[in-house]
Ligand binder design. Structure first.
Ligand SMILES: Cc1cc2nc3c(=O)[nH]c(=O)nc-3n(C[C@H](O)[C@H](O)[C@H](O)COP(=O)(O)O)c2cc1C
Length: 213
């Protein structure tokens, strides 16, 4: 009897220890898989150029390429004599000072980032009274065949259901494993076998923003 009790106690302690170790290891693994690499998030507030035209470029990024693209667009427009502010989209408080608003998002799993959609929904009425351009960065457009273009075009359907922009830019983006969490790297590079590289066509991007503003 005493032997039975001690065996039960031994098994119970063993099971609880295994459970505790499992939870700790899994929890630690999840934490490591989601450690975010340091991404540059440019914030530019430019002085008034005297043109009276102020442009906001707001971006939603995960791995930084949409932010870099927003900064490059700002350079292009500043050279044209415009005053351009650049902000992460979730840090935009007031769009009233701007005549033109450009909003860009990375595509993840076939969707724009949630903060991008939130911004469009929250500012729909004001955006409708401005020159409004939106752009996306995705890897589908690394290929230029019709099927890829059609597929990429669907990424914006949920946004088009909210607002009709004056112009849309759909651009090939970047896959840089160094800028991804271990989890995202595993999904995109290991499982989805995504090509690695910078596939941006700067002529296309410069041309689009130049024509818009
Ligand atoms: C986890 C993950 C999922 C992605 N899903 C898609 C996708 O569904 N379609 C697509 O065309 N590109 C996809 N991409 C590619 C990104 O849209 C592309 O790398 C983009 O340039 C990322 O922008 P960012 O650097 O601003 O985050 C994915 C990338 C990652 C890392």
């Amino acid at each position: 009897m005493a032997e039975n009790n001690s065996r039960r106690k031994f098994l119970k302690t063993g099971c609880l220890t295994a459970l505790a170790v499992g939870v700790t290891v899994c929890g630690g693994g999840a934490l490591i898989a989601n450690i975010k690499p340091k991404i540059d998030l440019p914030q530019v507030t430019s002085p008034d150029s005297g043109s009276g035209k102020r442009v906001l470029i707001a971006y939603a990024t995960k791995a930084g390429s949409t932010a870099e693209t927003a900064a490059r667009m700002a350079e292009t427009l500043t050279k044209k004599g415009l005053s351009v502010d650049v902000l992460p989209i979730d840090r935009v408080n007031d769009i009233s000072p701007y005549e033109t608003v450009i909003a860009g998002s990375a595509i993840r799993m076939g969707n724009v980032l949630p903060e991008f959609k939130t911004f469009i929904e929250a500012n729909k009425a004001a955006l409708e009274k401005k020159t409004f351009g939106l752009f996306i960065m995705c890897l589908t457009l690394k290929e230029t065949d019709e099927a890829s273009r059609k597929k990429a075009d669907t990424f914006l359907d949920p946004i088009r259901a909210i607002i009709k922009p004056n112009s849309e830019g759909q651009f090939a983006g970047v896959m840089n494993p160094d800028n991804l969490t271990l989890m995202d790297r595993t999904i995109a590079v290991t499982m989805m076998k995504s090509p690695v590289g910078d596939f941006r066509d700067w002529n296309q991007i410069d041309g689009w923003v130049d024509a818009l503003a």
